[in-house]
Design a protein around this ligand. Structure first.
Ligand code: AMP
Length: 228
């Protein structure tokens, strides 16, 4: 039997197929958040039903990203967040990934949002358990609060720091890689340290130089680090 292929169509089909089969993102941002700055802002916060989070950076999310700065989202409605898959991680989730949104909740809504929006876009590499476990492991390993404290940058009401001192301390603490720094403003309009963006490779196995840093929303000086 002779099969006639239409060559141009075949090329289009094969290249589309191979693109699909290739990576669907380039790298990850691990985004950590200072709870004091989330709360000390116009939106305010509500502590989780499990109680006031500890005074430490919390996880916001692990976000697959493209090199051009855009990112995929909500990639698989057929694989929704299932808390039973992370039963064994619950106490770490409550302590390291605290929900601060109002009304007060136990965290499941926040974690579900993060998995459904971001996690499903890297599910071919990190299943649900691995996704949450990976974020928890990196947070513990990176420990930015300790890095900052070692450089004399402490949460303290009334003190403020320069962007360069914060970014130098963080870069030095993570092997020379630049860390993205995001600020927000408190009720009086003062800039404060809000979120840190660490770049991880596509397998989320190591920290890498950021292909694309989120532009800093911080002023160069007078950045507060509020007590929480
Ligand atoms: P994302 O959609 O992953 O970019 O996350 C943004 C959403 O997460 C916004 O609705 C934020 O209000 C919410 N969010 C950020 N941090 C927290 C937190 N610690 N607890 C609950 N919701 C949060």
């Amino acid at each position: 039997m002779k099969i006639n292929f239409h060559l141009p169509l075949l090329v289009v089909f094969l290249s589309t197929f191979s693109l699909e089969a290739q990576q669907s993102y380039d790298y990850f941002y691990l985004v950590l958040q200072w709870p004091g700055s989330f709360c000390d802002s116009k939106q305010g916060c509500c502590y989780p039903t499990t109680g006031k989070p500890k005074s430490d950076f919390g996880i916001h999310g692990l976000w697959p990203n493209y090199n051009d700065g855009t990112y995929p989202s909500n990639c698989d409605a057929n694989n929704p967040f299932d808390p039973s898959k992370i039963d064994d991680l619950m106490s770490s989730m409550q302590s390291e990934w605290p929900t601060l949104a109002c009304p007060q909740s136990d965290g499941l809504k926040f974690w579900s949002h993060e998995w459904n929006k971001h996690g499903t876009c890297s599910e071919s590499i990190l299943d649900q358990h691995t996704y949450f476990q990976t974020a928890l492991d990196f947070k513990k390993k990176l420990d930015p609060l300790q890095i900052l404290q070692n450089a004399g940058i402490e949460p303290a009401d009334g003190s403020s720091y320069s962007l360069s001192s914060i970014s130098q301390a963080l870069a030095q603490g993570v092997g020379g890689h630049e860390v993205g720094i995001q600020c927000n403003v408190d009720l009086s309009g003062n800039a404060q340290l809000f979120q840190l963006y660490f770049c991880l490779d596509q397998a989320a196995s190591e920290i890498i130089p950021c292909p694309n840093s989120p532009s800093s929303t911080c002023s160069s000086d007078g950045i507060e680090f509020p007590v929480f």
